[in-house]
Design a protein around this ligand. Structure first.
Ligand code: GAR
Length: 201
């Protein structure tokens, strides 16, 4: 099986969706560890409930972004990780991490990139007044939410949506396309043509 690390900062509902698809035998992968940059988040509890080792890699413990990332790479190498999955990991990675795992770090973003990168994507979409938004799974490059796109899903924006209601609708699609992207990666079905990611059947 493909060896994964899942990096989290919060509730971990995407982590749960990935665990469930692996346990159902639909993805040939194994989560070697769940790494959080925040203490006490529910994602860590979810990992423990499924017997997955957890690591706290706290923001404050390192002076610079590159020092943080160097230590993170150590942890990932110790666990022989082949694919790094950013599942609500609210911290920007440096060239150190990207360089150590080229083409092997993926992220989920709660908007249709390249629209609304960065923080509070759902709020950005509501304030802009778009009629549709969604989510994007992409490979991570040195920019913020700029890497090659693997899968996207669209949801409508309703007139009376709050940030919470729109986020919930988007999350339902995240829970579908994120595990699906990992399955495609694990089965060797993703290839690069320039910055386009092609999916073979
Ligand atoms: C998800 O909506 C994810 O797309 C978003 O954080 C949420 C995490 O939820 N990620 C970002 O905004 C990244 N900048 P979860 O902890 O329940 O999976």
């Amino acid at each position: 099986p493909l060896t994964l690390a899942v990096l989290v900062s919060g509730n971990g509902s995407n982590l749960q969706a990935i665990i469930d698809r692996i346990e159902a035998g639909e993805i040939h992968a194994r989560i070697a560890c769940v790494i959080s940059n925040v203490h006490g988040v529910f994602a860590l509890e979810r990992a423990r409930r499924h017997g997955i080792p957890t690591v706290i890699h706290a923001n404050g413990a390192f002076a610079t972004r590159r020092e943080y990332d160097n230590a993170l790479v150590e942890v990932l190498r110790t666990h022989r990780v082949e694919l790094v999955v950013l599942a609500g990991f609210m911290r920007i990675l440096s060239d150190v991490m990207i360089g150590a795992f080229p083409g092997a770090v993926i992220n989920i973003h709660p908007a249709l990139l390249p629209a609304f990168p960065g923080l509070h994507a759902q709020k950005q979409a509501l304030e802009y007044g778009v009629k549709f938004s969604g989510c994007t799974v992409h490979f991570v490059d040195n920019g913020t939410d700029t890497g090659p796109i693997i899968l996207q899903a669209v949801v409508p924006v309703m007139q009376d949506d709050s940030e919470e209601s729109l986020s919930r609708r988007i999350l339902q699609e995240e829970h579908r396309i994120f595990p699906e992207s990992i399955r495609l990666f694990a089965e060797g079905k993703l290839s690069f043509h320039g910055r386009q990611v092609r999916i073979s059947s």
